[in-house]
Design a protein around this ligand. Structure first.
Ligand code: GDD
Ligand code: GTP
Length: 438
């Protein structure tokens, strides 16, 4: 029996994903018509031995229970249990795993996966598990690894490993100078003995805390929660070079989801994967809704996803790389490319939407133009990943990026919105270029 843990963090993280995360927690942001972590769950559920998927984070239960209920219903027939476990406070990337160790160990799984909730990939979980189980019995963790450019590798966990055995001799989290182009994908398989290591870290911390509390005369040590454990720095780094940490390099598509721009890129790849795994989810050229009621839709340039409850005028043209959410209305002559339109948005006649995310319930008037700048990885650089630039450059100017409308934004007819970010509930009265509209 196997289990999986998905780490989703909590509300104060993911600032680069605003304003989209103001409305929906980032782990539930839809890519190719499905919440971000529904893709993780789907990948886990492919494995015949998976019995339980535990989502760990510090979002309030109320924000996660609807999603978890939907997932439980979806996978109940496959006998997979899905639960959300809420940390009382941010416990870091390993603290939650240790805190909820009894739940992870319950039922005696032989191993468990750990997946960062903010990565997107064609997850090769069966291969990762098979690879791990073929390592020596001392193996505690196998990391899924991919290659990045030298310069980009500095933004990730970097690993040096033996190409034949996979044994990791050196692990550095976000090094300040070059270590290796092999990076940590934030996807792992762990043996159950990893809890012995976590317990040692927790208890050594306990001594440190009581010592400091005694010296400081207060009860909270250095201000950090005793249960806070950093998986990368406190677990992976010391395991390197001990024959307990392994890496499996994979050529599969993989990306982080940090900025809104990376959502368009991930959307394209998840749509592309559907061709292989679920072609019925895609809207085809001149044919019917992917999963829907069979009504005819417009001209489609693959790959496109249209929720069955959306209304699309037959003269609209969609794609490539477009996802249309539930209840969306798309008027005559509308052209949408490289964009995500979230639920209940309305796009009126002859409007153009390009490299943009249109928030829930937003309305774009007729003959308007909403356009952003794509931020895909450099196709001329081998192994290049998405850049995740900050919102502003050194001169305090907005870095050109996709255009984002927060929820319930209104764009009047015949206006142009270029490389801009509009916060929720704004009613625009004119055109904007390279601006954040607060
Ligand atoms: N439950 C929980 N509690 N989850 C957390 C917490 C926490 O306190 N803090 C972070 N997470 C989750 C995040 O939501 C995310 O899914 C994952 O853990 C990674 O956390 P980050 O702190 O955002 O790390 P990162 O993305 O910059 O780097 C990590 O992932 C890279 C690959 O995407 C590292 O593992 C790198 O080594 C790795 O290359
Ligand atoms: P950005 O803020 O845009 O960089 O989003 P991000 O998702 O990449 O998060 P990042 O790791 O940069 O951290 C964002 C905020 O979360 C910062 O204020 C960090 O101090 C805080 N933070 C970082 N790691 C953790 C963690 O493990 N737990 C908690 N609770 N907060 C963290």
């Amino acid at each position: 029996m196997l289990k999986a843990v998905i780490l989703i963090g909590g509300p104060q993280k993911g600032t680069r994903f605003r304003p989209l995360s103001l409305d929906t927690p980032k782990p539930l942001f839809p890519l190719a018509g499905r919440p971000l972590i529904a893709h993780h769950i789907e990948a886990c559920a492919q494995l015949p031995d998976i019995r339980e998927i535990l989502i760990i984070g510090y979002y309030p239960q109320t924000q996660m229970e609807g999603f978890v209920g939907d997932m439980q219903a979806l996978y109940s027939s496959s006998n997979i249990n899905i639960r959300y476990l809420q940390e009382f406070t941010a416990l870091g990337t390993a603290g939650g795993m240790y805190h909820f160790r009894d739940q992870i160990r319950a039922g005696n799984p032989r191993a468990f996966f750990v997946l960062n909730g903010d990565v997107c990939a064609d997850f090769p979980l069966q291969e990762l598990c098979d690879f791990h189980e073929k390592r020596p019995a001392s193996a505690l963790v196998t990391i899924m690894s991919t290659e990045a450019t030298r310069q980009q590798s500095l933004h990730y966990g970097c690993l040096v490993f033996d190409r034949s055995s996979g044994a990791v001799s050196h692990y550095v989290e976000k090094p300040s100078s070059y270590v290796s182009t092999f990076i940590n994908c934030g996807v792992y398989v762990c043996s159950m003995d990893i809890f012995t290591v976590l317990a040692q870290i927790f208890h050594s911390r306990g001594q440190e805390y009581s010592c400091q509390a005694f010296c400081n005369g207060n009860g909270n040590g250095n201000g950090r929660e005793q249960g806070h454990i950093k998986w990368e720095q406190e677990v992976l780094t010391p395991l390197a070079g001990t024959d307990k940490l392994f890496a499996m390099p994979v050529p599969n598509w993989w990306s982080q989801l940090k900025t809104a721009g990376s959502a368009i890129y991930a959307n394209r790849h998840y749509l592309g994967l559907y061709k292989k795994t679920h072609p019925e989810r895609l809207a085809n050229v001149g044919t019917k809704h992917g999963e829907g009621d069979g009504s005819l839709i417009c001209t489609v340039h693959p790959d496109v996803y249209v929720h069955f409850s959306a209304t699309v005028h037959h003269s609209a043209v969609l794609g490539p790389n477009v996802a249309i959410g539930p209840g969306v209305t798309i008027g005559p002559g509308v052209r949408i490319r490289e964009s995500i339109v979230l639920e209940q948005a309305q796009i009126l006649d002859h409007t153009l939407v390009l490299h943009a995310i249109v928030g829930r319930g937003s309305t774009i008037g007729a003959w308007a133009r909403v356009e952003g700048t794509p931020s895909d990885p450099d196709p001329n650089k081998p192994f290049a990943k998405m850049e995740n630039p900050p919102l502003f450059n050194n001169e305090g100017k907005l870095n050109p990026s996709i255009t984002i409308l927060g929820c319930f934004v209104q764009v009047p007819a015949e206006k142009i919105l270029l490389n801009s970010i509009v916060l929720p509930h704004k009613e625009l009265s004119r055109s904007f270029k390279n601006e954040i509209i607060l």
